[in-house]
Design a protein. Structure first.
Length: 219
């Protein structure tokens, strides 16, 4: 059974949003409310509980991390998710970003290559009452073709270049945000308009590398 958030947890989340997210320019009130509402403290490991609202990423094991709160909020804001949207997330990880996305979208499809992390996130999110999330343990670089097209795609691991297979799974007018690069990385916002693909470089970031078939494509 998951524990009920304490008053200290709620205050920590409120301060996190004020100091780390609003102060850096995230303005969408829906995003700010989601960041206040989703209990980040439940998604970090027990050893890092006191750092739940730390201004940076934290390890969740298997060489993976839970992203910095600001980056979670920023990437979510840039996707401009609508209430009827279907969203694909590549890299479930702890499930924290998944929970934030599920506050907005009609349906979230999330893929995690590390099966143990996928199972752990699935158990936690279902216990929390989320019913609009679909889980898969597998290679996220391939996307989820049978559920495509998606209105939004969020990628939380970095390929050397934007995966074409994921672009192909965007709906017309759909948007994808993805960290691109090896040592030096930046967020790229991709918008598909008919047969045209628009790309916009955003801020510098640091994510774990994307694994799976994408590594063969990049070799």
């Amino acid at each position: 059974m998951i524990r009920e958030p304490s008053q200290e947890d709620r205050r920590g989340r409120e301060q996190m949003v004020k100091d780390q997210i609003e102060r850096r320019g995230v303005r969408d009130p829906r995003v700010l409310e989601a960041m206040r509402k989703v209990p980040r403290e439940l998604f970090v490991g027990d050893a890092d509980a006191e750092y739940a609202f730390y201004d940076g990423p934290l390890s969740i094991g298997h060489g993976q991390t839970i992203s910095q709160p600001y980056i979670v909020a920023y990437m979510t804001e840039m996707l401009a998710i609508g209430s009827a949207d279907r969203v694909l997330e590549i890299g479930t990880g702890s499930g924290y970003q998944t929970a934030v996305l599920a506050q907005f979208a009609a349906e979230v499809y999330t893929i995690e290559i590390v099966e143990e992390l996928s199972v752990r996130a699935q158990e936690l999110l279902r216990e929390m009452g989320y019913s609009n999330i679909h889980f898969r343990a597998g290679d996220g670089s391939l996307g989820w073709s049978e559920a495509a097209p998606f209105d939004s795609i969020m990628v939380t691991a970095a390929p050397d270049r934007t995966p074409e297979r994921l672009i192909e799974q965007l709906a017309d007018g759909g948007r994808m945000i993805v960290p691109v690069g090896s040592y030096e990385q930046y967020l790229e916002l991709v918008t598909r308009r008919g047969g045209a693909v628009e790309r916009r470089s955003l801020i510098g970031v640091r994510f774990v590398p994307m694994t799976g078939d994408i590594q063969k494509d990049e070799a």
